[in-house]
Write a protein that binds this ligand. Sequence first.
Ligand code: FAD
Length: 508
Amino acid sequence: MSTDIDVLIIGSGPAGATFARHLADRTTARILMVDTGSALTSDTGGNIRNLMPEAREQAWGQARTFPLAAIPHDAPADVLQARPGTHLLNPLATATPLHQGMPAAAMSSNIGGMGIHWTCACPRPSGSERISFLDQTRLDAAYETAEAYLQVTQQGFPATALSQSIIAALNDRFSDGRDATRLAQPMPLACTPQPDGKPRWSGTDAILGDLARAEVRARRGLEIRPDTLCRQILTRDGVASGAMLRHLPSGRDYEVHASVVVIAADALRTPQLLYASGIRPQALGRWLNDQPQVIALIDVDAPARPNAKAGSTQDGRDNVSGVTWLPFNEPDFPFHGQLMQMDTSPIAFHQNDKDVGKPVVGLGLFLAKDLREDDRIMFSDERDALGMPRMTLSYTLTDADRAGLEKALKAVQQVGAALNGVANGGEAIILPAGTSLHYQGTHRMGPVDDGTCVTSPASRVWGFDNLYLGGNGSIPTATACNPTLTSVALALMAADDIIERFFPPHSL
Ligand code: FAD
């Protein structure tokens, strides 16, 4: 087991995997990527949505055995259920009152992180969602590479009469003030179309490419080490020299030494690890940004499908048959709209108990949060089940957020009307804070070290020469759209900075 390496990456989700792939493809660096969780699938970071039900249940069952996922015996009956493959930060959280703190805050602890459980929507941000202080040409190039790594396509599902009629109906109603790139259209999805019409969803295996295969990794100097908690980053005079790691099954602690350290341990645990390491800049854990979210199930006024029945497909995989994107477009439509064509919702809720035999779409509207420094992670001297500083979240919706939610509820009715449908049961639902799973801002980047950001635009921690951060916590803007594509793009830009500064071509 190597303890002396060139690059140490903490966290194997989409952000960590991007650093690993980009550096392994372009340098001869010896890279170690550790993750506190186990491998849940036999491939490295394959998406669980591709599995048949039995294998999927087995993987989710294994995820529930992670120490942080344990549900206390005294949990109230109305305790919130984590999405499969995730565990709640506060396992005792209930959804009432709706917006006190962030009850649904969750994380994944396994090889591939949330990136093996995700729904794969990869729209590009626009307008105020974009990070304006970055070089826009470089940012666009990074988005293009990110789309290639994630295998993003708008042809994931075959175009059907139904999906085309949904897009046409939305554009009839919502095209005013949109340019061609922001009209309703098929959702860019990280997946590969398949002949049977069900795409193969990208996990972190897609990002790793050939490196998803153990023998290729061994040849090219990348090791992925599961069940390994990073307890602390070792630092001296603005230099990160390595980390203190713990092999969780045995409890054995050991040090590794590295020339460059990357932390990509999600938007909650990257700040936790920095805090545990005594790296505590003013903005650390602050500016916490979760997208408020409204959902509704809408019956589409289209002919009933032959043999239509709510439930899963015959082979037991999910029953999404298309995803439409109604893009964020200021000022009239300040929401990211996601319409899943299917028989059941992307989020577990039970408005539609009866099968009306008609197509349904699950509509989700994500809002851009009114960002506040005081929305934050708070760390205590107490320890969590892994011995890390215990976290609680202080989080509030502002008047602007509440006004945005009111507007979103009206927009749901407008979408329902555009599809000639009724919002089934008549009600759109505002989801408890944290449900988006898109937490951002907690280690955000900024153009200057002015106390409102944790890293430079290259994702390097201010005051450190060789400590880089990756993941949604790096995103400083109030995005409404799904963040993973942006995190992968920012990780690519950071990896380029590492290559330029530590592995220039003449050094290879
Ligand atoms: P993660 O994927 O969370 O990975 C972080 C990893 O770090 C974890 O594996 C964790 O075990 C590890 N780690 C944490 N602390 C330590 C430590 N101290 N030591 C060692 N390892 C550590 N996003 C989208 O853009 N589009 C979508 O459609 C979408 N749908 C989603 C649906 C679901 C059900 C879920 C769960 C998520 C979804 N997301 C979606 C969110 C998306 O998965 C995340 O944005 C993405 O995975 C974040 O990548 P990451 O690498 O920053 O973090």
